[in-house]
Design a protein around this ligand. Structure first.
Ligand SMILES: [Zn+2]
Length: 105
């Protein structure tokens, strides 16, 4: 599993922030048939960092994910969060995913 965090390029946004990426595969167990399978993950998010709660509130209409700059954040935590978002709550293997006869539990 590879993860990276790097600053948002000034040309993309005037706000400070990070681009968080998570790439690799995650071992999951299928919720429908119990088979173990690897889910490929290739995900990235832009996270903007506000100076304080007021600034954060003023951004709430934005589509970006925002965090307060005084929250304890580390690159590892950001990557872990990105990974959690990329993994389905109810994992299903590609075989079950492709089978329309299997309904959501
Ligand atoms: Zn399955």
């Amino acid at each position: 599993m590879l993860g990276s965090v790097h600053g948002v390029e000034r040309s993309v946004s005037s706000r400070p922030g990070f681009v968080v990426t998570a790439k690799g595969s995650v071992g999951l167990t299928c919720h429908s048939c119990g088979a173990d399978f690897d889910l490929p993950v290739d995900s990235s998010s832009t996270i903007h960092v506000a100076h304080d709660a007021a600034e954060l509130a003023s951004w709430e209409d934005e589509a970006f994910e925002c965090i307060e700059g005084n929250e304890k954040t580390s690159a590892l935590e950001l990557v872990e969060d990105e990974l959690l978002l990329a993994v389905p709550y109810i994992p299903r293997c590609p075989k079950c995913e492709a089978d329309p006869a299997i309904l959501e539990a």
